[in-house]
Design a protein around this ligand. Structure first.
Ligand code: UDP
Length: 305
């Protein structure tokens, strides 16, 4: 198959490209605002530097639309780019799919649930999002993108699958992207105090990248048209527990410090994954300990620490 990956030099995009390149012809596009070319340097794929907010014409059987800043620090640094990528960019992806009859896998997010009032979050939950808050460029951008996908499917017959991605971690995350896992690992490995925002009792569930990639491929190829699937690990950790584990696994003697909680930071988050389990037989396989240790080792080698 010919597969187009947008955001191919980002964290998840580059891992998808690597996995799919063994069996398929891959075309990767990226505007490189947050992705890094070095992530795909050794991969056997065709790369085009292209911003999806500019129209493009690329033949593909399947499109994985992974393009968008995704860490709170980066999407708040590039709020207008994030909104445009998820609206104009999403439209260009869907127009390209319409022209070439491609299947579209849209990388959506658990952020569509905002600060959820239902726990764990099933796909049927509509969410609790502040449309004018600092996270809205991402949350509302991704909600708009979901709506555009559903309406292109309805009006123009484009085949779309929506994957709501929960917190994911692994190699090729940027050490400076501001998300909690790279921050804590970098701080542990450099002997700096781990910065816990708020009281650290907020929770997240962390999925290892290889499980995420397997699940996304299943959703794209075997998921139903116009369906949405949560994807992530239903094991919930407080941020304090996460800090403690990362200090332990990295053999660090770092301390922790408490800093202010960012505005609208979700209090609890954990996916209900019954749907993907039942329909696609997908289940995360890599344990928290194994995934975190692999990630710590990757950062240690990469940063020469
Ligand atoms: N967080 C933290 N210290 C950090 C970075 C993040 O305590 O150095 C917290 C953040 O406030 C949030 C959680 O960790 O409650 C996850 O943050 P992240 O930016 O990784 O992603 P989010 O799930 O909020 O999109």
């Amino acid at each position: 198959m010919r597969i187009l990956i947008t955001g191919a030099s980002g964290f998840i995009g580059s891992h998808l490209a690597e996995k799919l390149a063994d069996e398929h012809e891959i075309i990767g596009i990226d505007n490189l605002i947050t992705g890094k070319k070095e992530n795909i340097r050794e991969l056997n794929i065709e790369f085009i530097e292209q911003d999806i907010t500019k129209p493009f014409d690329i033949k593909a059987d399947v499109i994985f639309n992974m393009a968008s800043p995704a860490s709170p620090v980066f999407y708040q640094k590039y709020p207008l780019e994030t909104l445009e990528t998820n609206s104009i960019g999403m439209k260009n992806v869907l127009e390209n799919a319409r022209k070439h009859s491609s299947i579209v896998l849209q990388a959506s997010t658990s952020e569509v649930y905002g600060d959820p009032k239902v726990h764990p979050q099933p796909e049927t939950y509509w969410g609790n999002v502040n449309s004018i808050g600092p996270r809205s460029c991402y949350d509302e951008g991704k909600r708009f993108a979901e709506s555009l996908c559903m309406n292109y499917a309805e009006k123009h017959g484009v085949e779309v699958k929506l994957a709501r991605i929960f917190n994911t971690y692994g190699s090729r995350m940027r050490w400076d992207d501001g998300r909690v896992v790279p921050n804590f690992i970098y701080q542990s490995l450099t002997g700096k105090p781990l910065t816990i925002y708020g009281g650290g009792l907020q929770t997240r569930s962390f999925c290892y990248i290889s499980d995420m990639v397997d699940g996304l491929i299943k959703i794209a190829l075997k998921g139903k048209n116009k369906e949405v699937y949560n994807i992530g690990t239903p094991e919930e950790y407080t941020i304090r527990e996460l800090a403690k584990k990362i200090i332990e696994y990295s053999g660090s003697d770092s301390d922790v410090v408490f800093e202010g909680l960012p505005e609208d930071d979700p209090t609890r988050r954990k996916p209900d994954i019954s749907k993907i389990r039942k329909e696609l037989n997908w289940e995360p396989k890599v344990s928290f300990e194994e995934g975190m240790k692999k990630t710590i080792n990757w950062f240690r080698e990469r940063l020469n620490l």
